[in-house]
Design a binder for this molecule. Structure first.
Ligand code: AMP
Ligand code: ZN
Length: 149
């Protein structure tokens, strides 16, 4: 697929469909530039994705307002994860292109809550099944309740 045109929404993109309310998601917060929602995969409780509202693939293509919007919301959600779920740490990462093992090309920042027991979980196996939607909704609500406004 040719991404150079950077269409506002790509109809084949699952994250664009989430932004448009056409696919299920446990949304934490939305702004004019960005949307934060629970990753369907929760190896530990508190795995959040933050995306630009429009279909961008590359970090280096974001204009200043969109970049500020995405990373501003990422910071707000990270604070809310810290306050509500009280993990012992947070991983923050973004990856794309062939090195990223991409499932979805819509640019997304991962916020991953980490706990001191993670070392054992890595050794003995992290949770691998996808949680039910009700659990994702509950996590989203818990995080949202720790956000200002
Ligand atoms: P990656 O392609 O490795 O950067 O990761 C894509 C991420 O998106 C993975 O962590 C998936 O679990 C997550 N993901 C894929 N589809 C959905 C969806 N419909 N809703 C929420 N998260 C998703
Ligand atoms: Zn998209």
């Amino acid at each position: 697929m040719e991404y150079a045109l950077d269409p506002k929404h790509d109809p084949a993109c699952i994250f664009c469909r989430i932004v448009r309310g056409e696919a299920p998601a446990s949304i934490i917060a939305e702004t004019a530039q960005a949307v934060a929602f629970m990753d369907v995969n929760q190896p530990t409780p508190g795995h959040v994705l933050v995306i630009p509202r429009d279909h961008h693939v590359y970090l280096y293509d974001l204009d200043a307002a969109t970049a500020t919007g995405v990373f501003g919301l990422t910071t707000e959600v990270a604070k809310a994860v810290k306050h509500s779920l009280q993990p012992d740490g947070l991983n923050l990462f973004q990856a794309n292109e062939v090195a990223g093992q991409q499932e979805v090309w819509h640019l997304h920042v991962h916020i991953v809550a980490r706990y001191t027991g993670d070392r054992d979980r890595i050794r003995f196996g992290w949770r691998t099944e996808l949680p039910p939607r009700s659990e994702l909704d509950h996590l989203a609500k818990t995080i949202r309740s720790a956000m200002p406004g």
